[in-house]
Every structure is written in structure tokens, then in C-alpha cells.
Design a protein around this ligand. Sequence first.
Ligand code: GLA
Length: 334
Amino acid sequence: MIGTRMEAPLRQLFDFKIGAAVNPTTISSQEELIAYHFNSITAENEMKFASVHPEEELYTFEAADQLAEFARKHDMALRGHTLVWHNQTTEWLFQDNHGQPVSKALLLERLRSHIHTVVGRYKNDIYAWDVVNEVIEDTGAELLRSSKWLEIAGPEFISKAFEFAHEADPNALLFYNDYNESHPQKRDKIYTLVKSLLVQGVPIHGIGLQAHWNLFDPGLDDIRAAIEKYASLGLKLQLTELDMSVFRFDDRRTDLVEPTPGMLEQQAERYEAVFRMLQEYSDVITSVTFWGAADDYTWLDDFPVNRRKNWPMLFDEHHQPKAAYERIARLVRS
Ligand code: GLA
């Protein structure tokens, strides 16, 4: 698409892919911006369990198909997100006809069937899947988060998910994906889990660092340490859900109608420092996906403070480049 943009397309600046999370609304409202700057997309919600498989006998692929069609139209890569998660998964999966918990065998059989159907459908479109999302417990000594998956199937649901995905599409790159991935304690647990999968011979090819970051956290040293530790497993890394909230996570202020100049400057410095580092590791980092494209639409407008506007992206509410974009682009030219 020929637009009127003067700035350099982000997708041409780095060795890794540059992605955006999209949905059926934004592929239209942000089409020009996304087509110009990005060469990869991820479905924000439309490929999650509850979206594509609301009832045992019913698959609903309309929205996901639209996104796959958008990727084809613009010759973009498509990431699949996500096959196993404790959220946005329907209750029927874990229950029998009488509302009783299903057996481990039935749960794994349902998982196999789901994965074969979904991964099989997008075999020619999706090159990489977030197979398992967020199974690590954030704090304390437990490795795995408690969930219906763990309760019914024990830890084996994790390796099984990767095996089923690999059966369904042997060419797809398979990722473990999680947030707070740069916090040392969680980083070490993610490392432990993935290493144990590798030791068992499970087909896993990469780690997804969600990278829901803010102006203050995580520290650059922690990000670097996480990249190095994960890379030491010999896997590829992708940033899968990058955004840079202007608020500290526990900041509940609601008084702003626009970002302060100080915030935008700090955001520009942070993005510049982060991309400088990502570039250093471009032998292991193969893709950087933002969780959105521009500040007119971001899930952070509702999280963690309901209906509070946030401005986490490189492009503003009118899809124009922010200072953060300029700094990243300058980084490459210098
Ligand atoms: C997690 C999930 C994403 C998305 C975000 C919030 O990071 O992996 O799919 O739901 O939360 O939008």
C-alpha cells in the first residue's frame, strides 16, 4: 500500500521481524499504519481457546480467518497465540456431561483434538505458535501455577501440548510464552521449566518474552540477564507482547488526559535503550511483536486500572510517530 508516510518503515530497520497484535477492528482502523511498519501479526484474542472452540462440537474460525487473510494480503508473517492457557479457556473442556471433572486421559485427548484442528487449519499461514502460555507461578517456591490443567493432568499437559502441536505441524516453531520474564525469580523458573522440557526431548524451539514493560521496570540489566540465560538453552527468542506503559504497575493515578512531556521523553529513552540491546542480540532474537500498534487502541486502557488511558506504543492516537519511534529509527541510522 502506498501511503503518505515519510518515516522509514520499522520492518526495514532490524534483522528481526516487527510485529503487532491485531483484531478484526484494528486491521481496518490501523491498516495503513500496520501495513507500512510491520511485517508480522498476532491475533490479540481471536485464536485463543474460548474464541475458536466455545463448545465441544463447535469451532468458530471467522475472526481468526480474517486475520490470516490480512496477513496474506500484506505478505506478513503470522504468529499463533495461544494453545494452552489458564485464561480464556472454556469450562466444557474440563467437565464431563454431568459437570464432573474429566479424567486426565480425556482432557489430553480433547487437547490433542483441539490442537490438531487449530494448528492444522493454519498450517500454511502460521510459522510459530505460542503453545503454552503463562504456566509459571510468579512468586514463592512453586514452579507451576495452579490451574485446572495442572489439577487434572499434572505437569504432563505441558509436554503433551508441544508434542501434539509438533505432530499437527512439524514445520511450526513452538514457543513457551510468559510475562514478568525478566524478573530474576520468574526468569529462573521459566529457565528450569524449559530446560526440563529440552532434557525430555520435547519439541520446543523458542521462548516468548511477553515484555509487558513500563518506564521503570524491568531494569535493563535484568532484561539483558534474561536474554542471556534463555539464549544459553540454545533456543530462539521472540518478544511477543511488547508495550511500555507510562505508569508504574502499582501507580493508580487517573488524572491524566494526555501523557506528560516528561513521560514521552522517558519512554523514548527506554525504547531506545531496549532496541539498542535487542539489536545486540539479533542473532538469537528473531521477532519483536508489540501488543498493539498505536496509542488509539491498547489493552492497557483498561488494565490494571479500568478506563484509564495509557500511551505505550511507538505511534500516537493519530498513528503518527512519537519521539520513541524517532529514537529507534535514529539508532539504526547512527
Ligand atoms: C497476556 C496474554 C495475551 C493478552 C494479554 C493482555 O499477556 O498472553 O494474550 O491477553 O495478557 O491483553
